[in-house]
Design a protein around this ligand. Sequence first.
Ligand code: XMP
Length: 604
Amino acid sequence: MAHDAIAVVDFGGQYAHLIATKVRRLNVRADILQPEDPIERFRSYAGIILSGSPSLSSHGEDSAYTKEIYDLDVPILGFCFGHQEIAKHYGGTVVHGGREWGHADLHLTREHPLFAGLGPVQTVWMSHFDSVTSVGPEFEELGYSALGEGAEPHRFAAIGSDSLRRYGFQFHAEVDATENGDAMIGNFVRGICGASPTWTLERYLEEQEDAIRQHVGDRSVFLLASGGVDSTVAALVLRRALGPGRVALLHVDNGLMRKGESQRVLEMLRDLGLGERLHFVDASADFLAALDGLTEPEAKRKAIGDTFVEVFDREAVRLGLTDHLLGQGTIYPDTIETGGTKRSDTIKTHHNRVPIIEQLIAEGKVVEPLAELYKVEVRELGAKLGVPHEALWRHPFPGPGLGVRLLCSDGSGSPTDALTGPVAALGRELGVDARPLPIKSVGVKADLRCYEHPVLLVGDQPFDDLCRAGSTLAAKLDGINRCLWWLGGEPPGEARPASGYMTRERLDLLREADAIVMGALRRHGVYDDVWQCPTVLVPLSVDGEGRELVIVRPVLSVRAMTARPAALPEAVLREIRDAILALPGVSGLAYDLTSKPPGTIEWE
Ligand code: XMP
């Protein structure tokens, strides 16, 4: 059956693929196209959406794309960079400035079919350095944005030309943080483009099974099964496509797992009927050796990814499975955040996207049945395949495990001299005691990786006020991408960098702290309310005795591409605080209040 479809042009923004997912949620097929694809490829679509980008439209970056799309008689909608390109193409101006991060209010200037069914003020999500300052003669402003009462408006947050059927949003309608983004995309796709709803997840599954059978031929697949929902659902899809005899599973204990986790994972896989060709190896010594002495986040990630491949190869030889293809439960964010589409910036290298694996992919030796999907779609698929609720809704746990939650340092730290004054001054203006910390963590700003300092807030203001102050500090000050709230009890002394590497002792300490946090969430019945709650151990001493700082990071999210800090109930916090501060080796506890962007969910 032919589908009406939408072309999504991937300029490399972190959310390009999310646009396609949102369109598919409307049961309309969406295909990702590259900006330089020949115009013929665009002709059959009912509409086109241009994504955001890490490039700057104001500087003319990435401007050599197939501009003939503007001659096609189909509606076009652009987000962020796409919006700016549309404005420019039709005689408007784009300048470097007017940046916004996070939530803003969109004030609509009039009723319009793009916003059909929605009120005059909409909560939207912004992440940009450039902005549109004027539009061409055939365009009008459909909305402007502002943050809070009486704030200076940012003009041209939504623009359009009904005669040309060209529209642009400075905000990201595709992220869940834009409250009615789905409705806006629906109004464009189903209303303005008139696309009919014929695509379903069941049909996608059938298409994937056919594709797997074709790719694998008469060979078999050997899959790394971490116990997470992604690799578990991937195993079930492969088994459906190929039959149980042709799918072997390997669970590796990399020494970076949670307390007691490998045992639980093996039981769960057996309960799902995946026990027939299930193998296990304790490779913690290999991983610790590979991580010995490393401190830089990307170096750690690469070491973990490479060791997975080495262990996998060794086990394949030991088990006589070297002729098998490699199966992985890779989902879409793993690819996009590794810079895996042509233009996207590397935010972090996911363990299943290290160069050796890229090489195997190029040779056609990797099978990834979920590579196009987001976590919510994987869960939906898992439910259809009979995975029980408990296994489907386990918090996501990254492949490199506690390796990205145990920060390492040679003790020299990252000086904050230039930041201390501005942070304290802006903090005073916002009514909080704020200080930068001499360490760095990974984040994402305007689609680009950043590696910057957290600020620590000390005070007893309400949670939302602290979150707002933290967002403002990260938005206004270069060099700040995270905001922490001190939970340690006594006001902290000066935070001094300490030395700390990836050792069994530090991992065991982090495992204990993590088990305390997970236990408290479960006991108080709030485990299912948060998306994920990493516990992080940071080589910073706040008591002058060299003991380390623990950070809890509860977040709310739907697809992990954006996230908000989750407010934990006071009783949970009290329990966590008492138990963690009683651990030998811990000198303080802080709560990560950072949204994504500008922070990422994991610290590295
Ligand atoms: P970030 O930290 O980029 O994480 O906001 C987004 C989501 O991805 C998970 N994550 C990973 N998952 N391999 C994985 O399988 C990885 O290397 C990896 N790094 C981050 C993270 O836990 C969150 O759910």
